[in-house]
Design a protein around this ligand. Structure first.
Ligand SMILES: O=C(O)c1[nH]c(=O)[nH]c(=O)c1Cl
Length: 311
């Protein structure tokens, strides 16, 4: 079975890569992704300055997924720009870079420097970090999101994508898709970021399990699969002009990856399961998806992408 795909016109040998934020803050982690069976890799969302992030414990695995309030810890924009400048673009895995400015001005500064470097990597601008105290996420402010896109898209020039939070209302799917469809070089949306501001409490200790924000943090993993599938399919149904959806949320095996493609995903990112199982997960999930496609008689992802049936 052929697991290859392309995003924003860039070829990926297979549809899998990490979700920004997981296994990608330092170049040592990125090297492990490069050496894994992933089809690509994306860097931790960068802010203009280096950030320590929130106090630990700030990520905790749960029986049905995970909760995190990392607080955007990252090495700072320059580190990732240099990584992208030194990346070996002749190797088969394309590089994605994630930016998450704390202000529109910061996003403009970072995108300007990226555009000036004119590198073959693909930008994914994060509109959905739920964990910076005092910073409501852009993805839930439609006017601010449209304004940001109108400012940033012309600076990026090349095809790029945005990381969106999960939406839970049909009117929001309609509103966000209408905004996205207006931006010509907005080539893909990545759905979904963590389900914001959940709360995990330990029964024995009667205590929240993460330290930041009174224990409030983004939910990931198996528990968000059905929300992720809905967002992937909602945008797959609504986007025009060949715009694509990257699916992320709840992929713990080939089966959920298959469902994400069936819902409309052109590529699939892995967060919680990568964090828990490590980069060897990519070899497992590839094999499992190949076996599923074999069993169902599908030869390529195009054979079933977006073909979820309804009753
Ligand atoms: O707290 C984080 O660093 C974080 N955590 C998430 O679950 N999603 C994000 O986009 C970010 Cl930026």
């Amino acid at each position: 079975a052929d697991l290859s795909t392309s995003i924003a016109g860039v070829a990926l040998p297979n549809l899998f890569f990490n979700a920004s934020g997981v296994w990608c803050q330092h170049e040592s982690e990125l090297k492990e992704l490069l050496d894994s069976e992933s089809g690509s890799l994306i860097t931790k969302s960068a802010t203009f300055e280096h950030r320590e992030g929130n106090p630990s414990p700030r990520y905790v695995p749960l029986p049905t997924g995970s909760i995190n309030s990392m607080g955007l810890p990252n090495e700072g924009f320059e580190y990732y720009l240099n990584y992208a400048k030194n990346y070996d673009y002749t190797n088969k895995k394309p590089l994605f870079v994630s930016l998450s400015g704390l202000s529109l001005q910061d996003n403009v500064k970072m995108v300007e420097q990226f555009a000036a470097a004119d590198l073959p990597c693909v930008l994914e601008i994060n509109f959905s970090c739920p964990n910076v105290p005092g910073k409501p996420q852009l993805g839930y402010d439609m006017e601010a999101m449209e304004n940001a896109l109108k400012v940033l898209a012309p600076i990026v020039k090349k095809p790029f994508g945005i990381k969106l939070p999960p939406y839970f209302d049909i009117a929001h799917f309609d509103a966000v898709a209408a905004i996205v469809n207006k931006i010509d070089n907005l080539a893909f949306v990545t759905c979904v970021n963590s389900v914001g501001n959940g709360l995990a409490i330990d029964f024995e200790t009667e205590t929240a399990v993460i330290k930041p924000k009174d224990g409030f943090g983004g939910l990931g993993g198996a528990m968000i699969l059905n929300t992720a599938l809905a967002n992937v399919n909602a945008f797959h149904r609504r986007l025009t002009g060949g715009k694509q959806v990257i699916g992320v949320g709840g992929v713990t095996s080939g089966k959920e990856a298959f469902l994400h493609v069936l819902a409309g995903a052109s590529a699939v990112q892995i967060g919680t399961q990568l964090k828990e199982e490590g980069p060897s997960f990519f070899a497992r999930v590839k094999k499992e998806l190949e076996e599923i496609m074999q069993a169902k008689g599908y030869k390529s992802l195009d054979d079933f992408r977006g073909k979820v049936k309804t009753l």
